[in-house]
Design a protein around this ligand. Structure first.
Ligand SMILES: [Zn+2]
Length: 163
């Protein structure tokens, strides 16, 4: 690394240790030419995930915003905050596993929906109504029908709730 004092490119590392709770490496360096010392930090490079919105604009992925949307869908439903956090963790893990740097808001919504369906059908429909932006009540009803076909009967659900 170029010396900040004399611009020589010959330096040596005197000391290397974890810093900032192990998220960085701190290095003490010394210039062989002039003997001056300085410190560098090494961090993991993170490319921020960008969300492509419906209108084509991009904005950085915002965990809190996604979380708020799901919390709203789960209002007064028997879903703990922990389960919601877990769901978001799984969605984030999926995105980082695919090394995606961009995701459309639609795709992000579908990733949430897939997982939300297993947790709570009512929250699923609420979230879907926002994310898919139903244009008509008919579309909303279609989604409900689709849900009932794939899901358990009303009777089963009532039994489940008693347990
Ligand atoms: Zn130097």
């Amino acid at each position: 690394m170029k010396c900040p004092y004399c611009s020589s490119e010959n330096d040596r590392v005197l000391d290397s240790r974890p810093a900032q709770d192990g998220t960085a490496i701190r290095r003490r360096r010394e210039c062989i030419a002039c003997g001056n010392r300085w410190t560098t930090y090494e961090y993991i490079e993170r490319t921020p995930l960008m969300v492509i919105k419906r209108d084509g604009r991009r904005e950085p992925y915002d965990r809190q915003k996604l979380l708020n949307g799901i919390l709203l869908a789960c209002r007064k439903r028997p879903v703990s905050r922990n389960r919601i956090e877990e769901l978001v963790n799984k969605v984030e893990a999926k995105l980082s596993e695919d090394s995606q740097t961009e995701v459309s808001s639609k795709e992000l919504g579908e990733l949430v929906l897939e997982r939300l369906l297993e947790i709570d059908p009512v929250a699923y429909v609420r979230f879907a109504s926002v994310y898919r932006q139903f244009n008509s009540p008919e579309q909303f009803v279609e989604e409900l029908k689709h849900l009932k076909k794939g899901g358990e009967s009303e009777e089963d659900r009532e039994k489940g709730e008693e347990n």
